[in-house]
Design a binder for this molecule. Structure first.
Ligand SMILES: Cc1cc2nc3c(=O)[nH]c(=O)nc-3n(C[C@H](O)[C@H](O)[C@H](O)COP(=O)(O)OP(=O)(O)OC[C@H]3O[C@@H](n4cnc5c(N)ncnc54)[C@H](O)[C@@H]3O)c2cc1C
Length: 434
């Protein structure tokens, strides 16, 4: 029997069948056949969502045969790629063409379609989410027909399917905006809590991408700021191979895994281990092509919840979370990540219509997350927070609807594109209502 599991190991299912379509006509045939048999069909990505959003319950479609760039338009500065292309493959191919995405998240393992379908985002920039960088798409909808969308053709479909939760159809190609491959200067600096929070607005204003980490049970933060440079890629000054391995691989993964293992066995040591981790981080600067600055390897497996809050209340929510953690007997060994995104215009975007501060909470994959995430989630909800669609949360359609001004528009489009709910699963029934 085939088993599907997500990266964190929190979710698993046993799909009835597995198909690896090689082109749009094979996707259409699989969807048509599933619809005729009255079963469901789900295209998976790489399973990096922490929720069961991509859990295949009927037929599972795998993305491996839908990879690669299919068109480059240097006048419009757009690139079209097959939907199953992993982001690390895309980055390498784009770099070969002298091109780059404007912004991305912390890792590059996900597929292009999987990443946009949950609103995967980075921090800062003119657009922070990958979905907002999409300008066109091709998708097989519930009756097996092919729909294309762009700013001029089916714009309502584009607005929704750029972050479609896998609920509107199977994406086959995605067109996105690109820019000339440039250089980002990265500056990382340890700082104390009060100074980091007081100067946050200044950091966001003077850098292009700002990211902060707070080490729970301590006063320690790490502030990362990136600046776009007017340099050719060959002029970048990357970290030496050894320093990159030491900081981003050994300290961030191998040593952190060791700290986690000790913390799992002796919870009372976690505050002291966090203090030590915070002190070990040193100030550093380097520059590189953007995707190498934005992303790093993540080998310690964890569970994550992340919420988008209106920018004005984001740091107040973080302060409240700290008071809750301080008053609790939880021992949290993973840093809390703080990111910022500009407002966008996606139908169900977590930053739709408002500048946002994102707060992300993690625990080791072996740690029960329910008390910590549950306690924090109450604070985030009270601040009008919207949960990341691919990360752990407990929200349902009834209480998500008021958080999204264009909620009904998405439901109406879903009724039009997938009336028989061929693409549904338990997660989608929970968050969309049927
Ligand atoms: C270590 C780690 C780091 C992360 N860092 C970040 C980060 O920095 N920022 C951030 O925002 N998120 C981050 N995430 C979350 C991650 O980016 C999202 O959950 C993303 O959706 C995962 O992509 P995937 O390819 O694994 O898709 P999956 O999780 O497999 O699927 C996600 C959704 O996409 C749908 N889908 C996949 N392919 C298609 C298709 N062809 N057509 C239609 N629907 C499709 C699936 O059905 C499902 O609904 C991180 C996750 C992990 C595990």
């Amino acid at each position: 029997m085939t088993q599907w599991r997500n990266w964190s190991g929190l979710e698993s299912t046993s799909p009835s069948e597995v198909v690896v379509p090689a082109d749009v006509s094979e996707v259409a045939a699989a969807v048509t056949e599933a619809a005729e048999r009255g079963t469901t069909v789900k295209m998976i990505g790489t399973g990096h969502s922490f929720t069961s959003i991509s859990a295949p319950e009927g037929e599972m479609l795998r993305p491996e045969a839908l990879q690669g760039i299919v068109a480059v338009d240097r006048e419009a500065m757009t690139v079209t790629a097959l939907a199953g292309t992993p982001l690390h493959v895309l980055n390498t191919e784009l770099a070969r063409l002298g091109l780059s995405l404007h912004n991305m998240g912390d890792i590059a393992e996900q597929t292009l379609a999987g990443a946009i379908s949950t609103g995967t985002h980075g921090t800062g920039g003119l657009k922070a989410s990958l979905s907002a960088q999409v300008s066109g798409l091709e998708m097989v909808v519930g009756d097996g027909s092919v729909v294309r969308a762009s700013a001029t053709e089916n714009p309502d479909v584009l607005a929704a399917a750029r972050l479609g939760l896998g609920a509107l159809g199977v994406l086959t190609t995605i067109t996105f905006d690109v820019e000339p491959l440039g250089v980002l200067l990265a500056h990382e600096q340890p700082m104390l809590w009060d100074e980091a929070l007081e100067r946050y607005d200044e950091f966001v204003a003077e850098s292009h991408h700002c990211d902060m980490y707070w080490f729970p049970h301590t006063d320690r933060m790490q502030v990362k700021r990136n600046y776009r440079q007017d340099l050719a890629p060959g002029e970048a000054e990357p970290l030496s191979r050894f320093r990159a391995w030491l900081d981003d691989d050994f300290l961030a993964n191998t040593a952190f895994a060791g700290v986690n293992a000790i913390g799992n066995r002796a919870r009372s040591l976690v505050p002291r281990l966090n203090e030590m981790s915070g002190r070990l981080l040193s100030e550093r600067s380097y520059s590189d092509v953007p995707h190498k600055v934005f992303t790093s390897p993540r080998r310690v497996v964890f569970r994550e919840m992340e919420y988008a809050l209106p920018r004005e209340v984001g740091l107040d929510a973080l302060r409240e979370v700290r008071r809750l953690v301080d008053a609790s007997d939880w021992r949290i060994s993973f840093p809390v990540e703080v990111r910022m995104t500009p407002a966008d215009d996606l139908t169900l975007g977590t930053s739709t219509g408002r500048e946002s501060i994102y707060l992300a909470f993690h625990v080791n994959r072996r740690t029960d997350h329910t008390a910590y995430f549950g306690g924090v989630e109450e604070i985030l909800r009270a601040h009008d927070g919207r949960p990341h669609w691919g990360k752990v949360h407990t929200r349902t359609a009834a209480d998500l609807a008021p958080a999204y001004p264009r909620w009904q528009e998405f439901l109406d489009l879903r009724d039009r594109l997938d009336p028989a709910r061929v693409f549904s699963n338990t997660y989608l029934r929970r968050v969309l209502g049927d």
